[in-house]
Ligand binder design. Sequence first.
Ligand SMILES: [Zn+2]
Length: 301
Amino acid sequence: MKTIFVVRLFLALLFTTVVLSAQDQGASSSAPSNAVITSPTNVAPSTSATPTTTNPASASCPQGMVCPHDEKMVLPADVHPALKSYCSVPVDGPYIAMSFDDGPSPTLTPRLLDMLKQRGIKVTFFVIGQNVEHSPEVVARAAAEGHEIGNHTWDHPALTKLSDARVQEEINKTSEAIFSATGKKPVLLRPPYGAMNPRVHRIVDQDGMKVVLWSVDPNDWKRPGSAVVERRILAGAKPGAIILSHDIHPGTIEAMPATLDALLAKGYKFVTVSELIAMESQHPKAITTTPASSTAPTTKK
Ligand SMILES: [Zn+2]
């Protein structure tokens, strides 16, 4: 009996350890360089409907939005009206902004740049400073081809957990790396994990930068496969949307030709995040995004 009890106790402990370890990995898996692959558990429903009329994006971030790491996101606009984050932008046209985080990747980002160039699409890259230091030529090319480069910190910490001095260091060092690669200082910051609070927001504001979050998250860092990434982006896209994805995962890059072509076919126009913010409308109209076959691209897959 005693032996059986000991064996059962051992098995129970082993199970608990495995579960806790899996949760830990899930919580750290969007770290840039050592991402852990987890199997997708919540595949978005397949909504292939093409809207003919789409309500514009709301002006503020969704209430109760939770960042990818279960840390409750503090929405600065709710806490202090002067502190504004952009999840989406109300606009008077079928404009959307694609954004790619955590790069540059020396191999995948150039492939993505080729795809964007073929389609005349401009996007925004939120780059990690230490990756810019490794591949400055990739960032220089992206900027030269008309894409916007935003700051995504030096090594991807949750800024809310750092001192003021460390937050400033993460931002400054990255902005300097971007400046030395492109000749331009970034004006946008995307906080890793979406982690933001009024204290960090004020530091970003004092640096003259805007805080940019997102309204569409395909969870591509969990590597659900390119078809799922495509389906989730298409399901979430609406005028004024800011779409999040990562140019460090092969599946995301593989999803892009079909995703971009489908969005173009629906009549969406791609702009950078700063261009989208400049289009902000106080009284946005409902926008008709009838699939315009005449303007849809021919097969470029
Ligand atoms: Zn990131």
